[in-house]
Design a protein around this ligand. Sequence first.
Ligand SMILES: [Zn+2]
Ligand SMILES: [Zn+2]
Length: 289
Amino acid sequence: MASVCFICNSEVQPNSEVQPEKEISCDFCKRYLHSTCAGISRQEASVIRSKDRRLSTCAGISRQEASVIRSKDRRLSYNCSSCMDIKVQCSKLHDISNIVRALQNDLQSLKDDVQSLKNKVLDKAAVPVDDHFMEQVIEEINDRKERECNIIIYNLSEPSSSARTERLSDERALVSTTLQNLNGDCNIEIVKTLRLGSFRPGVCRPVKVTLSNKEVVLRVLRSKNKKSLAPVSISADLTVKQREYLKKLRTELREINEQGHNKTIRYINGVPRIVDSKNHLRHPDLTTA
Ligand SMILES: [Zn+2]
Ligand SMILES: [Zn+2]
């Protein structure tokens, strides 16, 4: 059946073997047109048409089916100028729809994030304080309470007696003399002494001394800042957490002083802090072992 070229309105014979290279069809709108009206050379038209022919022969399908298959292959397809315009617009629309889809995904993931944050906040509100953490705090408070009447004395020579009772009374006398040397106070009551760690010959173990109350402890700790008993030294009986905190504070202090500052660590209301060296002379420095 003869068709009409949609450019010039004259007849084309797309399947004619007589003029095989002259007519082509648009792969998109399927309208026929002359190759010259399409602005392509007869050779190009011949290539496009011969693909259909070869494909249909090889695959044993009709020329029309071959044309459909070929039109899906970008390298071999032909589109008229109006279809090209449509395709360009379509591809722009496609780009825009991709952008919209990406934005929708971003929006959804933002919504998800907000929801998960909301859930976390609600969870936190539902359980005000972690039970485990609370237990740790209570344990720490009790530990500090137990230690507040103690001091630790380092480098105090160990009594040599082999009898336990004698050794304990010697120890007590030694501690008493040491504290008396420190601040001249003869009335410090020593509740208990205990060497820390297991005995090793030639090694002076630290001795934990329990005094009657924490005010006495503070008095002793203040005195030791004014008078040195070297090589004997005295410190507060600190919990693991307190020691870790002090260690951190000392590192910070070293870094600060390396930058030319003159700071020190002092206890203020029972909490060690980094302060200017000149200030806070009334507070005991509990930081040196
Ligand atoms: Zn024409
Ligand atoms: Zn077309």
